[in-house]
Write a protein that binds this ligand. Structure first.
Ligand code: SF4
Ligand code: SF4
Length: 185
């Protein structure tokens, strides 16, 4: 069998220490401001790619990052009890999913995904990490070996957005709208 070619890649990782989080939501504020267009022109936590589940009565402060868009709900849902605390349905899930409003643009419903603050020029660490003054969030980069052939290109944000529109309205409707908008210009 031919030997698989290996290469290394950098995995960006944020460690969440939920025991340190105080629910201030500075991470949500800075994330939405950093991703506004132009940068820092507006700020709206509903557009953040991190969500802090905050329930003081249950002593729950849980930062959750926006992960992948999914067009379909799971067949079942989970609730958890951890150290005596009850966590609501899907609390730990990162998906932009049709079952809920989390991790979607509030106006358009387009999915939001944490991009680890990729930008030009580069930032030295994600903005949510920088602004978490109690160090509930910490950032690290680790190098891992992967098979070259198994590495798939990541879908771009615009592709994810289009995919979600196609799932909701159908390809014909999306194409028709794009054609109409292109004519307007
Ligand atoms: S900034 Fe830090 S302490 Fe504040 S809500 Fe976010 S994770 Fe929690
Ligand atoms: S890493 Fe960047 S994009 Fe991701 S939640 Fe934090 S501020 Fe938002």
């Amino acid at each position: 069998m031919p030997e698989k070619t290996k290469k290394t890649k950098i995995i960006k990782r944020i460690h969440v220490d939920a025991d340190k989080c105080n629910g201030c939501r500075a991470c949500e504020m800075i994330c939405s401001a950093f991703h506004a267009s132009p940068k820092y022109s507006t700020n709206n936590p509903a557009r953040a790619r991190i969500r802090v589940i905050t329930d003081p009565l249950r002593d729950i402060y849980l930062p959750v990052y926006a992960g992948e868009y999914t067009p379909a709900e799971c067949m079942g849902r989970n609730t958890y009890t951890l150290e005596g605390k009850f966590y609501d349905e899907c609390a730990f899930c990162r998906a932009a999913c049709p079952s809920r409003a989390d991790f979607k643009e509030p106006d358009s419903g387009l999915p939001l995904k944490c991009d680890m603050c990729e930008s030009v020029p580069e930032v030295d660490e994600p903005l949510c990490v920088k602004w978490c003054l109690v160090d509930a969030l910490t950032y690290e980069e680790v190098e891992v070996e992967v098979d070259e052939a198994e590495e798939e290109p990541r879908p771009e944000e615009v592709e994810l957005g289009l995919e979600s529109l196609v799932d909701r309205f159908g390809m014909d409707k999306v194409l028709e709208t794009v054609a109409r908008l292109a004519k307007k210009d």
